[in-house]
Design a protein. Sequence first.
Length: 437
Amino acid sequence: MLTKINKIALISLCVCYVFIGSIVFNLSNESASSINKNNMTHLLGKYESEILIKINEYLTLSSVYRYLIYTQDSVITEGDFDSISENLINNNEVIKSLQLAPNGFVKFAYPKKGNENVYIDLFTDEKRKQDAFYARDNKVSMMSEPLELFQGGSGLIIRTPVFVGNKFQNFWGFSIVILNIDSFIKTLSLNDLSIDGFNYKLSFLEKNTNKIKVISESSDKALSNAVDHEFSVLNQNWIISVSSKDNWLNPIEYKYKIYLLIFFLVTLSVITYMFMYLLEKKKEMYKLSHVDSLTGLYNRRSFDEKFSSLFKTSILLFSDLDGFKKVNDIYGHEVGDLLLIEIAKRIRFIVGKRGYVFRLGGDEFSIILRDTLDLDLDIFKNDIINSISEPITIDDVSLNIGISIGYSLYPNDGLDKENLIRVADKRMYKIKFNNSK
């Protein structure tokens, strides 16, 4: 099991993994969404081409009348008109009506049924005169905005000005094709968008108000995060807007990304747990091999490692307790162990951050002092001796014990660690012998 600190660290790291994973996940989705939207932008060009091709097909019908009028010296009879119109419509449900308007006045209309109210002057009709004047004056075909028809329903009106005479300079009138807009939309492949999981709106920009008006839509709900494609249909500006029901993400790809994210989060969490667990085990192994299990001080192995690297810059002290064996003999090893623990605390308190304290075994302790600046060695030793000499109470028993301390300095007492250890140990036993007299 992990320690409390490592558990908190593990949880924090897992939260970081989730946070980073979420960022990567969202960035990936944004990138995929951007690519899919860009692909849709190119695809909408296909629907633009389809609409323009079909509009041009109906626009071509006016050329038939224009050719007939030209070959017949600007004269066309109602019989000729009806005969040609019947062949042109040929059960075409999109074409609502075919008309001719000499000098702008609608004189011929096919079929007659349902077209009783279409015989008007285009140059005086409020809804139609603007386009009529523009088409005549600029010699271009015009298409109306979707509007309510005299025949009923909503439609598109394509008017092509016809010119005759020398170099076709004389305005004859208009050839008119009226389309049922609902039937026209059905001939398009826009419904494929709905089948593929998209919502669309086909709209036009109303010239007088500059407002967008819907021609056809797959849903009456507002489109969110839509791709817009604007294009010209004769004199009109149309717009195809498409939104994705899945926010421009492939549902299967999105699902697998979630699975992949969960997999990596779990894997990273498990790896992190194992790494921290191994670190803890490593620390435990280090503690077992470098720390005295009774006192918590460094052990002899640690002493050998640290002194090997520090002996030239440190002061070495060896110490041995006076009267410890007597305590063990009288009160037992359990009291002796508690006494060693208390003595270790007192020595470590005095040493502080100046150096390291070691238990070399039994009642033998060693100190390596690294911070020797402004250090009075005699005062330091006396501080330890006085601290250890103070009574120690264990299980209501007051114990008095002493300590003998020897030391060595580089290079005064030796040029290698072995000689320094020998000198410190020798001085310690000399003091201990004198204390026993």
